[in-house]
Design a protein around this ligand. Sequence first.
Ligand code: SF4
Length: 83
Amino acid sequence: MCICINCKWVDRCKTYHDVEKNHEVEHLTSYPDVTAKNPIIHVNLVKEKTGNFSIEWDVRSCSSFYKEIGRWSKINDGVEVPA
Ligand code: SF4
């Protein structure tokens, strides 16, 4: 799972903005202003139930990570956390 969902910078981060773009989901912000240091992104090819493949992008480590448990959920009240 992407560590960004528990990071204080998730709604300001340029790297997470790119992750959102790659997942083709709505952005938390149109103007990210935080540059993450040393983000390590895992890219996984996932086979869907339909037989189609999709690509998952997950930040697994980052020097700028600033722990705030549930940050993404606080911003997206009632929305399921992305896998
Ligand atoms: S963990 Fe790093 S890449 Fe993810 S939101 Fe925080 S600063 Fe950005």
